[in-house]
Design a protein around this ligand. Structure first.
Ligand code: ADP
Ligand code: ASP
Ligand code: MG
Length: 412
């Protein structure tokens, strides 16, 4: 491990104004003056990415994904350059680099590209010149030299991938909350900051909607043993450590329910009246996979007379593509009817201790049922249980599950 290499990532709100960019510059200069080699990964300023998406949507409902990446990657370049200017203005030395200049190579799945390799040569040579290195987050380059982006929230993944390539001491993710909480602190004011989480718990929290960390960032960290420290960019408090917890205090690791997450960015597609015969589900999901659509939950009901119904959920941003694929399949697979429901949400409970505690699912279902919240789909794996419910009741569901599993401040 290179003890003196530190990677810090600052999210959109943390670089949302010039004042904030100047504060980040101060942090970078301070860390450098303490003898560290410093890499800073930045997101686009504030709501820039949303604004760019909005601009494109005024022209097209289904813009080419390659062009969207060309467009969205500009946001991170702006904040990277401004931060380098701010550091230089304060008397420090800095250079900003985009994904291409660093050598962050990805596959060619535009708008959701996966990092394949990160070169360290350019960054190391900039360290040797005495520079703080600023890396534009969220972007990479394909073999054909096309610009890609890594999916919403992807700057976290840039930071972790760079930390892995440099074998850095750890990767600090600076954001607008003090760490990872028992649930979104902007929804439940009694949420508690968690001190340490295992990679697996954080993976489940991230994949079920706790957007505080990008899922791929956690996967990368787990695979490469990168320790992540999620903390606030507005104070110096210690945040949450995401690491291998195998050798830590048993009790810490085995919280039955460590956190509650929710995801309102999903839609449910239901397919009615399809023939109940082998191979149909495979054909349906193969076509969706070809269009790079990830499926989350799936429920199949087999009715009478060999007719089945399948419901599944996908991400909101895949809806237009998904609709197109389904229309094409309607004929091919003799589907009677397709329904799209955008008013759903998913609520999940996560905890490593669930593995050895029976009754957790039952407790979750009765907490929801007691308040008349109808469960439409369920999925479980060893450390997570998720339910699809009506979107309008999701925040209420998060609050009541947070309370039911004793995560509220008062109870602890
Ligand atoms: P950044 O712009 O710094 O990447 P994000 O908006 O992507 O920040 O992530 C931080 C936000 O994640 C918080 O403001 C909070 O609303 C949300 N969040 C959701 N679940 C959690 C959780 N369990 N712990 C902390 N924050 C959470
Ligand atoms: N700017 C991108 C987004 O808003 C990436 C990121 O912030 O991590 O999703
Ligand atoms: Mg983020």
């Amino acid at each position: 491990m290179n003890k003196n290499i530190i990677v810090m990532k600052f999210g959109g709100t943390s670089v949302g104004t010039i004042e904030k960019i100047k504060n980040v510059a101060d942090r970078a200069i301070k860390s450098k003056s303490e003898g560290n080699n410093v890499v800073i990964t930045v997101s686009a300023m504030g709501d820039t990415t949303d604004e760019l998406i909005e601009l494109a949507s005024k022209i097209s409902k289904n813009p080419p994904r390659r062009e969207m990446d060309m467009l969205l990657s500009t946001g991170e370049q702006v904040s990277a350059a401004l931060l380098a200017i701010a550091i230089t203005e304060k008397g420090g030395r800095a250079v900003s680099l985009n994904g291409y200049q660093v050598g962050i190579s990805t596959d060619d799945v535009f708008s959701d590209a996966k990092i394949l390799t990160v070169k360290k040569d350019r960054i190391v040579s900039e360290f040797e010149k005495g520079n703080i290195v600023i890396v534009a987050g969220f972007q990479g380059i394909t073999d054909a030299n096309d610009i890609t982006t890594l999916g919403r929230g992807g700057s976290d993944t840039t930071a972790v991938a760079v930390a892995a390539a440099l074998n850095a001491k750890y990767c600090e993710i600076f954001t607008d909350v003090d760490g990872v909480f028992t649930t979104d602190p902007n929804v439940v004011s009694d949420a508690m900051k968690i001190k340490i989480l295992s990679y697996d718990e954080m993976l489940e929290l991230a994949s079920s909607g706790a957007k505080v960390l990008h899922l791929r960032a956690v996967e990368f960290a787990k695979n490469h043993g990168v320790v992540i420290h999620v903390r606030s960019s507005f104070n110096n408090n210690e945040g949450t450590w995401i690491m291998d917890t195998e050798n830590l205090n048993e009790k810490m690791e085995k919280a039955v329910v460590a956190g509650v997450s929710y995801d309102t960015n999903q839609v449910k597609i239901s397919v009615f009246g399809i023939p109940d015969k082998p191979g149909i589900a495979a054909k349906l999901f193969e076509e969706l996979a070809k269009a790079h659509i990830n499926i989350d939950m799936i429920v199949q009901n087999v009715g009478e007379k060999g007719i089945a119904a399948i419901s599944f959920t996908i991400k909101n941003e895949d809806l237009n593509t998904g609709r197109k694929v389904m229309e094409e399949l309607k004929h091919k697979l003799e589907i009677k009817n397709i329904e799209i429901d955008t008013e759903i949400a998913k609520v999940s409970i996560v905890g490593a201790g669930m593995k050895s505690h029976p009754g957790v699912a039952a407790a979750m279902f009765s907490a929801l049922g007691d308040k008349g919240i109808n469960i439409e789909m369920i999925s479980t794996s060893p450390i997570i249980i998720s339910c699809v419910i009506r979107k309008e009741r999701v925040k209420e569901a998060v609050k009541l599950l947070h309370n039911a599993f004793g995560l509220d401040k008062q109870k602890l």
